[in-house]
Design a protein around this ligand. Structure first.
Ligand SMILES: CC(C)(COP(=O)(O)OP(=O)(O)OC[C@H]1O[C@@H](n2cnc3c(N)ncnc32)[C@H](O)[C@@H]1OP(=O)(O)O)[C@@H](O)C(=O)NCCC(=O)NCCS
Length: 269
């Protein structure tokens, strides 16, 4: 058992009262940042599960600390003087996270990762080597992003902090997440899968697999190419009004044509 685990699995009241907490919390953030502690782990059979004590320790950080002013070193900006940057004070009670791109403490970002502004990488997230986080992308709290993943412009990878035992969103190695796609509620996208632009996956999203003629929920199988689809809504009212609900459809297994359509521009890296 990790020494930090011993500290952070004690009863909450004990942790809240412990004067050693700031040091232990700082050590936890450093361990998350160097990848030696993770918010979720993969078993040999491929199953992912949350490391509940890590998530609980992150949650305690929100509980034990107050909102305060954070100084940032300003880079020069040049714009119309009519519209200067707004500033906030403590009494505004707005939490303005610094920077066009923010990577929060407690996030692991491997060497060679590219992050285009603005993007936000939240606490507990894990982003492995060779991954591209494009503009306006979100890597939510504790989300686990594999190696050589492409998160296209506007891709939203949801965070899962509570409950502590809930498995975070997992994007495995070599996955391509198209522009404006979103993955939420602990959904797992297996290696080499491709989500077309606009595919939104929650734990409830029905995923119709045209290749294997079956249905999935909460998981995209390896190498699947997924596009947005619709399915007829049930009931006489829906029928009378021609209503359909959104779903996701696996149209094929990734092939050379898909690889060409999702190829990354290596010159930009
Ligand atoms: C998803 C994607 C990779 C598919 O590429 P592909 O493997 O060449 O796909 P194909 O052209 O063989 O399409 C397979 C089937 O899926 C359908 N399809 C493909 N993309 C689709 C989409 N976005 N929505 C609906 N259907 C789609 C095709 O019409 C085709 O159906 P058909 O066989 O009935 O004609 C590609 O469309 C794509 O999204 N590229 C990335 C775009 C992007 O987000 N760029 C990042 C910018 S920052």
């Amino acid at each position: 058992m990790h020494a930090l685990e011993t500290f952070f699995t004690r009863p909450l009241e004990q942790q809240l009262a412990d004067p050693a907490w700031p040091d232990a919390h700082a050590t936890l953030l450093t361990a998350l940042e160097d990848g030696s502690v993770r918010a979720a782990s993969r078993a040999d059979d491929g199953r992912w599960s949350a490391n509940a004590w890590v998530k609980q320790a992150i949650l305690l950080g929100f509980r034990r600390t107050d909102v305060a002013r954070i100084e940032a070193s300003p880079a020069p900006f040049h714009d119309k003087t009519a519209y200067p940057v707004r500033s906030f004070e403590a009494h505004d009670k707005v939490r303005l996270v610094p920077g066009g791109t923010s990577v929060r403490r407690g996030a692991y970002v491997a060497p060679t990762v590219v992050i285009m502004p603005p993007a936000f990488v939240n606490v507990g997230a894990y982003v492995a080597a060779g991954t591209m986080v494009d503009s306006h992308a979100l890597v939510g709290s504790c989300a686990q992003i594999g190696a050589r993943v492409h998160l296209s412009a506007g891709a939203q990878i949801g965070g899962v902090l509570e409950p502590a035992g809930a498995t975070p969103v997992v994007i495995e190695d070599d996955v391509f997440i198209g522009a404006l796609a979103g993955v939420f509620e602990g959904v797992c996208v297996r290696a080499r899968a491709v989500l077309a632009p606009g595919v939104v996956l929650t734990a409830s999203t029905v995923i119709h697999d045209l290749v294997n003629e079956r249905e999935w929920r909460g998981e995209i199988p390896p190498g699947a190419v997924v596009v947005p689809g619709t399915r007829p809504a049930r009931g006489s009212y829906a029928e009378a009004h021609g209503l359909a609900l959104g779903c996701a459809v696996i149209v094929k297994v990734r092939d050379a044509k898909t690889d060409a359509a999702t190829a990354l521009e290596s010159a930009l890296r």
